[in-house]
Design a protein around this ligand. Structure first.
Ligand code: NAP
Length: 487
């Protein structure tokens, strides 16, 4: 990718706040730099919103909520459909912008754009399928009618690791349901969201339905919105720690909340599994997004009968992966998002090695510009190692052996998180048994990827609550009203 192509893609993205259908500077006139994690250099500056801007954004979305709720569902769906088509048509330039602000290889950014756009298409189809029920009261004397109505103005906060998809998973169903929204992307990756807002504006989204705030101070812009009695819903994707704080902040207003939080996914390989297929799945589950995914396989629990074979084959695959700037040809592993994330990964590896783990591959952070960490495989990892308990968020695969099925399930569930687990086995009965016993919201059965716009994504335990995508995703933006009708 040439420097000119990079510049052209970034220059096409608006850098102001998007409030009430207008692009405007922050009221304080401040801006915030967006850094390329592969060089540490600024690629753009965006408006740095103030609490006054936050109030203006909420005002804009409240002003049009009533009208938007009654906007024909077919037209709401058609706006989403046009935005899906525009995202698809512009996938190359959007992917380049994403790589420049987030670091992942361009091919992976493009896959995210496809995935993100799919939520717009999926919910364009759901907009016209919001249905209620009609029934006769058990005593036969009345009728019971239920209807689904938009929740009302929503506030969405998204993380940096999937800068577009974490937005469309919220924006798609909100628009389809007839809700208006203020969205705040992570400060490290605001460009993808601003580009998306422009696409939705061009697709005909009425002014005020979607408003975007970019800010260097997430708490100071979020608090006035969360404390405002007009807000009806808070939807958050990010760390468990911040999710807990936001649930607390949303308690006085008794807001509807959806929380898509951290993970610590176990990847189980049983002795009857196809080991080569498990290794293929492990590469996807571990290395997608440079390991910076809430769904990333965090620990590999492998039957003692095949653990050595699995670890060696995995190390060989990871050793072949090219590390570098995500815009370069053939690169499969980009930089981590910032120095503190890279140093945290290094610390977790040191901790495991210090407790006796063997470093089969990698284990080092790279010197020089950018926040690179080499793909790493650790074996003989001791149970008290921090990286078995904490979200690694990097290209590090700890392999631990297990003796039998009960031990594997116990190890998998030994975490406060419960987002996703991966299971490799060729025994159908075992597959069902294990899937039923895993304390997670999702399971990848003989596959290393679960994300799909047509399926309900979400967790249990400290991974949060609520579902994004699938038939369930729109319900997060709808309230049920029951009408008791006398006959
Ligand atoms: P994070 O630190 O929790 O930040 C997420 C978002 O919350 C960012 O927009 C951030 O803004 C904002 N934020 C931080 N503190 C806040 C506060 N006090 N008030 C209001 N907003 C606040 O998480 P992250 O590091 O960006 O993302 C990684 C985490 O997200 C991981 O734990 C990962 O597992 C999780 N995740 C979960 C899912 C899922 O669907 N379950 C999907 C993707 C990621 P700033 O950028 O300004 O800090």
């Amino acid at each position: 990718m040439s420097a000119t192509q990079e510049r052209t893609a970034v220059d096409a993205v608006p850098t102001q706040l998007f409030i009430g259908g207008e692009w405007r500077d922050a009221s304080g006139g401040e801006t915030l730099d967006v850094e390329d994690p592969s060089t540490g250099e600024a690629v753009a500056s965006v408006a740095d919103a103030t609490p006054d801007d936050a109030k203006a954004a909420l005002d804009a979305c409240c002003a049009v909520q009533e009208e938007w709720a009654t906007h024909p569902p077919r037209e709401r769906g058609e706006i989403l459909r046009r935005a899906f088509e525009a995202m698809t048509a512009r996938a190359d330039e959007l992917a380049l912008v994403m790589t420049l602000e987030m670091g992942k290889p361009v091919a992976e950014s493009k896959a995210e754009i496809t995935y993100a756009a799919e939520f717009l298409r999926w919910f364009s189809e759901e907009a016209v399928r919001i249905e209620g029920r009609f029934g006769t009261a058990p005593n036969g004397q009345g009728r019971l009618i239920t209807m689904k109505q938009p929740v009302g103005p929503c506030y969405a906060i998204t993380p940096w690791n999937f800068p577009a998809a974490m937005g469309t998973r919220k924006i798609g169903p909100a628009i389809a349901a007839g809700c208006t929204m203020v969205i705040k992307p992570a400060q490290q990756t605001p460009l993808s969201m601003l580009a998306l807002a422009k696409i939705l504006q061009e697709a005909g989204l009425p002014d005020g339905v979607l408003n975007v705030l970019t800010s260097s101070s997430s708490s100071s812009v979020s608090k006035p919105i969360i404390n405002d009695p007009r807000l009806r819903k808070l939807t958050f994707t990010g760390s468990t720690e911040v999710g807990q704080l936001l649930v607390e902040q949303s308690a006085p207003g008794l807001l509807r909340t959806s929380m898509e939080l951290g993970g610590n996914a176990p990847f189980l390989v049983f002795p009857d599994a196809d080991v080569d297929a498990a290794v293929e799945g492990a590469v996807i589950a571990k290395m997608r997004n440079i390991g910076e995914a809430c769904t990333a396989a965090n620990r590999f629990h492998v039957s003692g009968k095949v653990a050595d074979e699995f670890a060696e084959k995995l190390a060989k695959k990871l050793a072949d992966m090219k590390v570098g700037r995500g815009t370069e040809d053939g690169v499969q592993v980009g930089p981590l998002i910032d120095a503190s994330q890279r140093d945290k990964v290094a610390e977790l590896v040191e901790d495991a090695a210090g407790r006796g783990a063997e470093v089969l591959l990698g284990g080092t952070k790279r010197d020089g510009a950018g926040y690179f960490f080499d793909p790493t495989v650790l074996t003989d990892v001791k149970p008290d190692s921090r990286l078995l308990k904490e979200e690694i968020f990097g290209p590090v695969a700890p392999v631990v052996g297990f003796d039998d099925e009960d031990a594997a399930i116990a190890a998998a569930n030994d975490t406060e998180f419960g987002l996703v687990a991966y299971v490799y086995t060729s025994d159908v009965k075992r597959a069902f048994r294990v899937c039923e016993k895993l304390q997670t919201g999702m399971v990848g059965l003989n596959q290393g990827l679960v994300s799909n716009a047509a399926a309900p994504f979400g967790g249990v335990k400290h991974s949060g609550f609520g579902r994004e995508g699938g038939r369930e995703g729109i319900d997060e933006y709808l309230s049920i009203k029951y009408v008791a009708m006398a006959m």
